[in-house]
Write a protein that binds this ligand. Structure first.
Ligand code: GLN
Length: 488
């Protein structure tokens, strides 16, 4: 580590803030200096919240002086994906249609971090409406991978992942509908957690596909992931799909994996897969075995249908969710419309980018009468089969280990002309959203070109604690999480 404050994890910073060896303002200024040094190359942020961040840091310092209201996140500089509503701060979803949208309220996760005393550094870049795997669908320009600036950071939470990897914040929030936290975490060599569907409130998360979307943390290590989840998890009366279940202390489970049964699904290790990914993930499973875990071969037989099912259901839900952008209530409005229909049509034509339009058309088609049963209803039934695959596997194992993504980060531009190739980036992450279960991605090695590779650890519903325990056990016996990109 560099020895600079921007290089700290949340728990390291907290230890030094509580003893008042460092101040929250000093920590923020270090992160600001880091942003000044590297943001020109990375472009992780769409908006920087300079003034409000300083006010939050000063407030955190007051808390440390008085000894009151201190939480593990007090004074910690955090980036927020730009689909999370922030009261008084522009929230664009990386779309022209919301380019000037300033929400009058905070998302529940934002409110929770705010009251915990966190400092919001800025709003992170993303694929427009979280649709994509490379952040190249942002209407405001892409983000570079801090490990290799010619490559994509993954997506859709690419700005959040790159900001963490480049030390432009201590941690970030992202959202994950089909892999958008885990795949960028893998591409950028950071830790990403998609919680169980319902674990974290989606209130104030701009909806993409409501039955799949979950908010989760991107962090520098597994302990920080648990700290972030502690702060954002829990029932919220404003989100009827948030689960009213007890929230354990996710830092309390330790790293003992003796006797832990680790399922290894044969469908996720296929001939022709990227050699370096296969080798790194198998080595990670072997490392867990040396710590006392027991690998067990399992089968998730409906895996091959996951991408098709996802692109029917996610587009169907998106076409309905995005109907609200009509140029009337908020967002972009076309100039001098001839009539109401022209207002709707042109506002949407001007405001949405090509991938969003493609999804709206696919989803509208899948939901149209005459095709509904053949596509949408059928996909819902296959979704149930995919979920049952996991139920069955989890009768025999405690967690499931797989690669997070089929390849390390690809080059910018490599897949932009071929949406189907792009969609396959999430082949290992999408089933997890369809089943609603939690999954963690953590660094498990590097490709020959020096690009990070991600290990995915999938858990039973609401059993993030075991997933984090396995992650922590692995992290402790490797050096991958601590390896940093050369930038700045
Ligand atoms: N890459 C997938 C998609 O484009 C997943 C995106 C996400 O998880 N938000 O839909």
């Amino acid at each position: 580590m560099s020895g600079e404050l921007w290089g700290l994890t949340i728990h390291e910073a907290h230890a030094r803030l509580t003893t008042r060896e460092i101040g929250a303002r000093e920590l923020l200024e270090s992160v600001e200096a880091r942003i000044a040094a590297v943001e020109g190359e990375v472009h992780a942020y769409l908006t920087l919240c300079r003034e409000t961040a300083r006010a939050q840091a000063d407030e955190a310092d007051r808390r440390f002086r008085s000894g009151e209201g201190i939480t593990p996140l007090t004074g910690v500089p955090i980036a927020l994906k730009d689909n999370l509503c922030t009261n008084g701060v522009k929230t664009t979803c990386a779309s022209k249609i919301l380019e000037h949208f300033v929400p009058p309220y905070d998302a529940t996760v934002v409110a929770r971090l705010r009251s915990a005393g966190a400092v919001f550094v800025g709003k992170a870049n993303m694929d427009e409406f979280a649709m994509g795997s490379s952040t190249e669908n942002s209407a405001f320009g892409g983000t570079s991978n801090p490990w290799d600036r010619a490559r994509i950071p993954g997506g859709s939470s690419g700005g959040s992942a790159a900001a963490v990897a480049a030390d432009e914040c201590l941690a970030a929030l992202g959202s994950d509908t089909g892999g958008s936290i885990r795949q960028p975490a893998a591409c950028c060599g950071v830790v990403g957690l998609k919680p169980t569907y319902g674990r974290v409130s989606r209130y104030g998360l701009i909806a993409f596909a409501s039955s799949l979307d979950q908010i989760g943390p991107l962090t520098k290590d597994v302990t920080d992931s648990a700290l972030m989840l502690n702060a954002i998890a829990g029932h919220d009366p404003n989100d009827s799909t948030s689960a009213d279940v007890p929230r354990p202390d996710f830092t309390a489970d330790g790293a003992d994996v003796r006797g832990l049964r680790v399922g290894v699904p044969k469908e996720y290790f296929i001939p022709g897969m990227d050699r370096s990914v296969e080798a790194a993930v198998k080595a990670a499973i072997a490392a867990l075995e040396r710590e006392g875990a027991i690998p067990v071969e399992v089968s998730l037989p409906h895996t091959e249908y996951a991408v098709a099912v996802y692109y029917l259901l996610a587009t169907a839900e998106a076409s309905s969710n995005l109907a609200r952008y009509d140029g009337v209530r908020y967002g972009h409005r076309a100039k001098a419309p001839r009539d109401l229909f022209d207002l709707y049509a042109r506002s949407r034509a001007e405001g949405f980018g090509p991938e969003v339009k493609r999804r709206i058309m696919l989803g509208t088609y899948a939901l149209s009468s005459g095709y509904y049963d053949a596509y949408y209803a059928k996909a819902q039934r296959v979704r149930t089969l995919i979920k049952q695959d996991f139920d069955r596997a989890f009768e025999r194992v405690d967690v499931i280990a797989t690669p997070t993504a089929p390849t390390p980060a690809f080059r910018a531009g490599e897949k932009t002309q071929d949406p189907l190739q792009m969609y396959l980036s999430d082949i290992f992450t999408i089933s997890v959203n369809l089943a609603g279960v939690p999954a963690l991605s953590l660094p498990c090695g590097f490709s020959p070109e020096g690009l990070p590779i991600g290990l995915q650890v999938i858990g039973k519903p609401f059993d993030e604690a075991t997933v984090l325990r396995a992650g922590l056990a692995y992290e402790r016996v490797t050096a991958w999480t601590a390896t940093k990109p050369h930038i700045g």
